[in-house]
Design a protein. Structure first.
Length: 135
């Protein structure tokens, strides 16, 4: 059993605390007072006079490219997917998509091309049908 542990209520007892001067405090009342001082200092700070500029400049996309999706874009998207995630409603895992990347890219490219052509010709609106099924 580790020194200073309290098994019954799962709290770890701290045996010593240092004061601001570095002196070890062993009296529980002094330790509690020091913790109170510490958190009062840390949590009760005044608001900064100047707000830090930590957000980078965000580039606004003025126009979203509407051209056909490329095989390189599909490949890049698949490669960037993290493995080990739960599959969606289609039960297709990231590992399955990456198993034969070339075939996956070719099949998806054909699907996306078919969807794009069907929208242009007005034969059927596959995107709306797909959207209704997914949502």
């Amino acid at each position: 059993m580790p020194h200073g542990s309290n098994v019954m209520n799962h709290q770890r007892k701290i045996d010593t605390v240092r004061n601001k001067d570095g002196k070890m405090l062993t009296n529980e009342k002094e330790m509690r007072q020091r913790w109170k001082e510490h958190f009062a200092e840390v949590l009760n700070r005044p608001h900064p006079e100047q707000v830090a500029d930590v957000l980078p400049e965000v580039k606004t996309i003025e126009k979203i490219p509407l051209g056909p999706i490329t095989k390189a874009e599909i490949r890049s998207a698949i490669i960037s997917m993290r493995a080990g995630k739960v599959p969606g409603v289609d039960d297709i895992t990231t590992e399955l998509l990456k198993a034969d990347l070339t075939s996956t890219v070719n099949v998806l490219h054909d699907i996306f091309r078919t969807v794009r052509l069907s929208q242009r010709t007005g034969v059927t609106n596959l995107l709306l049908d797909w959207q209704r099924r997914v949502t």
